[in-house]
Design a binder for this molecule. Structure first.
Ligand code: FE
Length: 344
């Protein structure tokens, strides 16, 4: 070794010893991420990962189901290393299409509670969201309403706004009710909710929030992170809407509110599987968790990490501990029930 090379090597060691993390490492590898999430904060995290590891992140963004189809079509020539998406129901569909490989990682298992990952390591939760009830503040929460099950009570006729049943969020919610109450009770529940609709299902979750705020319906069923787009809004018009509704977490005296995840798994034919595992582990670090969840106003999946942003005021609730995989297992049954009861 020449003196010059020795000095250069020493300088690198010294920089490492001094904790100079800012120095980006040269690119020595890559990882291809197919993501159904579209947040700038995810890209900031990927850049940080590249800086620390020298592994470049190539990002392909599209809808979850479109990406599943693409990976399936690409088959063993697929460059996909990671498939990342929201809702355990979509992760389950991806597994049905044989998109993932099983990862046996003690580190990942330690970080993600068992109910928020696939039992064989096909996918791992990265953040959590709850599907909750909202109510018009002026009209107030109707008396006696405590659980999802209560939403089917004839006392709440004409009060409920909710999106169509073709949406995965409703399929996962009904899947959780099937898992807890059984198929027959779940069908009766869906029938009761349909009878309590304030209007025919239309629009997305934010449409339901705006309808509740406007008093078109007293109650709505929506994912928690959408409420933060109003509750924490800089935009005055959105903030005014945020003033007109309130969140209600159901089943707090029982099993807890229905919780779902955003998650990721290593692709079956991943050319860079080791890098993929490293990136997932990186996203589960304490420092990454808050930022990753914050990107979509979700809750961190790693226990003990606090939620940030407008959702922080709504982070202290009892969550249903039903394994996320059960949401996929009951998905087909949920779709059949929705059809039978005429929930469009
Ligand atoms: Fe969403």
């Amino acid at each position: 070794m020449t003196m010059k090379a020795w000095i250069a090597g020493f300088a690198i060691l010294l920089a490492a010893a001094c904790g100079e993390k800012e120095e980006a490492r040269p690119i020595t590898g890559e990882v291809n991420v197919y993501s159904g999430r579209h947040y700038d904060s995810d890209i900031v995290l990927f850049d940080q990962f590249t800086k620390e590891t020298g592994i470049r992140v190539n990002l392909i963004e599209a809808g979850g189901d479109a990406l599943i189809e693409r990976i399936a079509q690409e088959a063993d020539a697929s460059p996909a290393d990671i498939f990342m998406t929201a809702d355990a129901g979509i992760l389950w569909r991806a597994d049905e299409r044989d998109v993932f490989r099983a990862i046996d990682s003690e580190e990942l298992k330690r970080r993600v509670p068992a109910q928020y990952r696939h039992p064989d390591g096909k996918w791992f939760g990265l953040s959590k969201r709850a599907r909750i009830i909202i109510y018009n503040k002026e009209m107030g929460l109707p008396e006696g309403l405590e659980t999802y099950e209560d939403l089917a009570d004839p006392a709440y006729r004409g009060m409920i706004c909710v999106r169509s049943s073709s949406n995965i969020y409703n399929q996962s919610l009904l899947a959780s009710i099937i898992a807890h109450d059984g198929t027959k009770a779940a069908e009766e529940w869906a029938q009761g909710v349909v009878a309590n609709f304030a209007r025919k299902p239309q629009g997305n979750d934010t449409s339901q929030i705006e309808a509740v705020a406007a008093g078109l319906c007293r109650l709505g069923i929506v994912n928690s992170y959408y409420t933060a787009r109003y509750k924490g809004a800089d935009d005055q018009k959105a903030a005014e809407i945020g003033e007109k509704f309130e969140l209600f977490f159901p089943n707090q005296a029982g099993r807890g509110a229905h919780v779902n995840i955003s998650g990721a798994g290593v692709a079956k034919h991943a050319p860079n599987a080791e890098n993929a595992e490293r990136l997932i582990a990186f996203l589960l670090r304490d420092e990454s968790q808050t930022a990753f969840a914050r990107g979509n106003n979700e809750y961190p999946v790693v226990p003990g990490i606090t939620a940030e942003g407008p959702i922080a005021a709504y982070a202290d609730f009892k969550a249903d501990e039903l394994p996320a995989s059960a949401l996929g297992e009951h998905q087909a049954e949920a779709v059949q029930i929705f059809d039978r009861v005429g929930w469009p």
